[in-house]
Unconditional design. Sequence first.
Length: 392
Amino acid sequence: MAGVRCGLKNKRNDLGLIVSDRPTKSAGLFTSNFVHASCVDHSRDVVASGALRAIVVNSGNANCCNGEQGERDTKRMAELAGEALQLDHASIAVASTGVIGQLLDMSKVEKGVRDAGMKLGVDARAFMDAILTTDLVEKWAWTNPGCADVVSPQSLTQRQHKSEDEGLVIGFAKGSGMIAPNMATMLGYVISDLDVEGIDIQAMLKRVADVSFNCMTVDGDTSTNDMLILVANGASGIKAKPSEFEAALTQVCLSLAMQIARDGEGATKMIEVRVQGTADPKKIARTIGESPLVKTAMFGCDPNWGRILMAAGRAGVAFSTEDVRLSLLACDEEHILFEDNAPASFDPKRVSSALKSDHVVIDLRLGGGETATVYTCDFGYGYVRINAEYHT
């Protein structure tokens, strides 16, 4: 990997590369937004071809809605990376993120690609910095298939050296605003040195996204440039066991999704919305998680349970308030706010104090049945400021 600054942003790195030294197996999921960037179409084709060897990413400019010039610039990015890496440009996926409707400065991109091509290494930090926009922190996680835990690492290089005989699944992501994925997250990459021959990783990635990134929302808006790409090149020589590989992939993607929710633009806390019962608990959980009234109440540490029930009720999924039990979990305490078809007795000041936690769980039970969880965040003053000034 490599990351460099070529000047597309005012500060930080803004162009990155991920490169495999051998053929890969890849899978990808892309935005369902009908308004989408040319890099989405290009990268979808590269993944479908089975030839993917590298990914070139720029931040600071989405290269979206730029017509034929935007399409030419996407193709040129792949060609530049191919020249720098001595690879066929048809094997290179392209990703862009940033402001919509502004042409890329291709002279800067050309310099950045060439510079990045000469700085490839195993340290992922420069690459992670290069894909960020309004993010406050980098998002990454790894695990080994068969391992019970997923970790956001302190040193990827150190971990690689320790895991030569285990194989790795490592993920990187960016996203902070315009996040309500219908496929993945704004930009996400999961790489592995395991041999996945014979495994339908495309179907696997879809299943994993449905329980991770597709259960995460910041503001209810699906980006024009969303993509999630999985690349495995078998360099470890270790044959992946399908069940263990899927479990590891799920762990990594779920960790990344939660990190994105926690780093939502202007957010002060992550909110975990759990809903049990009804024919579609996920739809109810997402409606609660995307409600501006719920999110602002959480920012203000206001235990306004009426907003939560209002959001649940407008989701369009039938239930009766007679079956409702609503509680908030924070600071290792559970506070029941509504049950038995009536408000519960609780101490508003104590609940408000608990809501100062950086992790709050909204637990809504609507009867027996399946449980769905959606990860989101609160809305603070910072969200309005960031997005009011994003373009200008």
